[in-house]
Design a protein around this ligand. Sequence first.
Ligand SMILES: Cc1cc2nc3c(=O)[nH]c(=O)nc-3n(C[C@H](O)[C@H](O)[C@H](O)COP(=O)(O)O)c2cc1C
Length: 297
Amino acid sequence: MPAATDTHPEIERYIDALWIEKGLSDHTLDAYRRDLRQFDAFLGREVGSSLLTATREQLQRYLGARLAAGQSPRSTARVMSCLRGFYRYQLREGRLTVDPTLDVDSPRLGRPLPKSLSEAEVEKLLSAAMLSPTAFNIQNWRFVRVKDPELRQQVRAAAWDQAQVTDASLLLVLCADLGAWKKDPARYWKDAPEPVREFILPALAQYYEGREQVQRDEAMRSCGIAAQTLMVAAKAMGYDSCPMDGFDFDAVAKLIQLPKDHVISMFVVVGKATQPAWDRPGQLPMDEVVIQDRFGG
Ligand SMILES: Cc1cc2nc3c(=O)[nH]c(=O)nc-3n(C[C@H](O)[C@H](O)[C@H](O)COP(=O)(O)O)c2cc1C
């Protein structure tokens, strides 16, 4: 058995037990020791914790950090199996009462999910987004798909260097055409019955004409709904997403050559999450956000 030259007594106790109970090879015991030390070092460095005080959330962060650093799901699954054995032993020995590995999935090793969305999947997502409702059916959203890697880098620089901008497989800048309502609006209603068209087209013009605030509000409403459609559709297709407005709107407008009568609403990035989302850091109670009939009553 490898010599116990360690300052981690709990690791060495476990390695000894493995050697005695399972007769594992020195090579395997070394690998277990290394996995446990690395997890312990992460806990100390990143979250001020240690092997015997680690929580489930801290373990999930560690697994996410490994995957984000490019470690294969296979090696992460091996680490998980090592940690499971370690914590089961600690429970058995009465040193712990809660096993942090309980209910934490190992990365799936079956067919790996594609890292990036296929063209067909992107089209499916955008088709779903294009079914989002818009007032008067003006379909004022415009989806700028940023593919060029150099442009992505520039957009990232304008977005406080947020990694999702370059690392997500899909980056969409949700924009809206403020003048969509007056650009041949008959096409939005071309398949409607004649009486409907006769009624709706003048009403549409009257609603938006000269009302800049309304045009802008409508742009944000349409894009907000389209963003949610994209995120829900992405989830249904097995992907993750993030809405974003942490960027310099003017700089991004320049980079994508936004026309003067358009506005940017937000980004939506879609891909595979590198680590699990945090729990909501503070959720308001329902009686603060749901109002019965009127405010102040
Ligand atoms: C309009 C909007 C803008 C956001 N901008 C960013 C952003 O720039 N960067 C980011 O990491 N998250 C961003 N978020 C994500 C929120 O921080 C996140 O949705 C919120 O903290 C709740 O977390 P959850 O959606 O994971 O439950 C944004 C969300 C919305 C709705």
